[in-house]
Design a binder for this molecule. Structure first.
Ligand code: F6P
Length: 374
C-alpha cells in the first residue's frame, strides 16, 4: 500500500509520544512503503500547514526522548481564537490541508480534548485514527494511556523522598500531584509510596477527617504524615457548591444570571488553585504539627519515558498503522487486557475515565487504613 500518513500530537506533552511517532513512522514506511509527515504544534500546525517530513533520519534516536519532537498546543478545532476574541471554525481549512497532502489518514495523539477534536475532524470527513496519551490516565475506553507509567514513577519517587524529611522534622508533608480531574496518578503514587492520606477528585474530603487521622497517628507515636493530594481534589463543601453552580449554569436560560454564575464558578476555580496551601495551613493549625507543601507540577511530565510507556506507545503506534491499512478510521486505538483494540471515537469523546469508588486500589488503601478524606 502506498499513500501518506500525517501525525500530530496535541494537549499536554507526555512521555512516550516520540516512541509512538517513531512506531507509526517506521511501521508505515518499512511494512507498507508509505510516506509519513508530521504537523507541528498539534491542530494549530495542521491549520497552518506547518509540516515536517518524518523519515529514517528524523525518526532515529527519538525512542527514549521525552516530550514530543513535533511540538504541541491546546486548541478547539471548531472554535479557534483569532486573537481578537472571535472564535472561528477552522475545520474547512484543515480539510483543505489534508486534501493538499492527499492523506490516507491523520493520526492524532492526545488526551480527552484531542479525542473530542479528532471526532470533530472525523465528522467533517477527515480520516482520523487517535492514540490515547496522557499522564492523567483518564481517557475513556482504554485500560491505560502512555505517559501514565512514567509520571507514576516520578510521583512515587517524590513521595518516597518526602518520607525521610517528614520523619526527621516531625512534619506533615502535603504533596500535590497532577491528574486534572482524575485521581489515578495520586492514588497510584500515594499507595505505592505509602502515603498516610490520599485525597482524590473522586472523593470529596473533610478537613476534620484528615486532621483526625493525623492526630490518631500522632497519638500512636508517628509524629509525621504524608498527604498526597490530587490537583483536582476538593473539600466536600467546595465540591457541593461547584456541582450546584454547574447544574445551575446548565439549567439557566437568563444570559445575565448565567454570566454571574459563570463568574462565581471561575472565582471558585481560581481559589482552588491555592487549595493545597490552605489545606496544609489548616492541618498545621488543627494538629500542632508543622506542615510543608510540595507541588510536583510539570516535573511529572518531563524526561525519559519508562520501558512500560515505550512498549505501550510502540504497540499502539504500530496498531494505528494496521488500522489505517484496513481503512478503519474514526477510531481510537486503545489497549484492553494487553491487546490493541479499535474503539469508535464517538464512544470515547466527551467521556472521562475517573477512578471507580470500588477500584481495587481504593479497596487496598482502605484496608491499609489510609485516610481518603471521607
Ligand atoms: O493533562 C495533563 C496535565 O499535566 C494535567 O495533569 C494538568 O492538569 C494539565 O495537564 C496542566 O496543563 P498545562 O501544561 O497547560 O499547565
Amino acid at each position: 500500500m502506498t499513500g501518506t500518513i500525517g501525525i500530530l500530537t496535541a494537549g499536554g506533552d507526555s512521555p512516550g509520544l516520540n516512541a509512538a511517532i517513531r512506531a507509526v513512522g517506521k511501521a508505515a514506511e518499512r511494512a507498507y512503503g508509505m510516506h509519513v509527515i508530521g504537523f507541528r504544534d498539534g491542530f494549530a500546525g495542521l491549520m497552518q500547514n506547518r509540516t515536517v517530513r518524518l523519515d529514517g533520519d528524523s525518526l532515529s534516536g527519538i525512542l527514549t526522548k521525552g516530550g514530543t519532537i513535533l511540538g504541541t498546543s491546546r486548541i478547539k478545532v471548531h472554535k479557534v481564537d483569532l486573537g481578537n476574541g472571535d472564535k472561528v471554525d477552522m475545520r474547512p481549512m484543515m480539510c483543505r490541508v489534508v486534501e493538499q497532502h492527499d492523506l490516507t489518514a491523520l493520526i492524532c495523539m492526545g488526551g480527552g480534548g484531542t479525542m473530542k477534536n479528532a471526532l470533530r475532524l472525523h465528522d467533517v470527513g477527515i480520516p482520523v485514527v487517535a492514540l490515547p496519551k496522557t499522564i492523567d490516565n483518564d481517557v475513556w475506553g482504554t485500560d491505560t494511556t502512555f505517559g501514565f507509567d512514567t509520571a507514576l514513577s516520578i510521583a512515587t519517587e517524590a513521595v518516597d523522598r518526602l518520607h525521610s524529611t517528614a520523619h526527621s522534622h516531625h512534619r506533615i508533608m502535603v504533596v500535590e500531584i497532577m491528574g486534572h480531574n482524575a485521581g489515578w496518578l495520586t492514588l497510584g503514587a500515594g499507595l505505592a509510596g505509602g502515603a498516610d492520606v490520599i485525597l482524590l477528585p473522586e472523593i470529596p474530603y473533610s478537613e476534620d477527617a484528615v486532621a483526625r487521622s493525623i492526630l490518631q497517628r500522632k497519638a500512636a507515636g508517628s509524629n509525621f504524615s504524608i498527604v498526597a493530594v490530587a490537583e483536582g481534589a476538593m473539600s466536600a463543601q467546595v465540591r457541593k457548591r461547584h456541582d450546584e453552580l454547574k447544574a445551575l449554569i446548565d439549567r439557566c436560560d437568563d444570559p445575565e444570571e448565567e454570566k454571574l454564575l459563570e463568574k462565581e464558578l471561575a472565582a471558585l476555580h481560581e481559589a482552588e488553585r491555592r487549595s493545597t496551601e490552605r489545606l496544609a495551613a489548616a492541618l498545621e493549625e488543627r494538629t500542632g504539627l508543622e506542615s510543608r507543601v510540595t507541588i510536583l507540577g510539570h516535573v511529572q511530565r518531563g524526561g525519559t519515558p519508562s520501558a512500560v510507556d515505550r512498549l505501550l506507545a510502540t504497540q499502539l503506534g504500530t496498531a494505528a498503522v494496521e488500522a489505517v491499512v484496513r481503512g478503519e478510521t474514526g477510531v481510537m486505538i486503545a489497549v484492553r487486557d494487553g491487546r490493541p483494540v479499535a474503539v469508535p471515537l464517538s464512544e470515547v469523546a466527551g467521556r472521562r475515565k475517573t477512578v471507580p469508588l470500588d477500584h481495587p486500589w481504593i479497596q487496598s488503601a482502605r484496608r491499609l487504613g489510609v485516610c481518603l478524606g471521607d
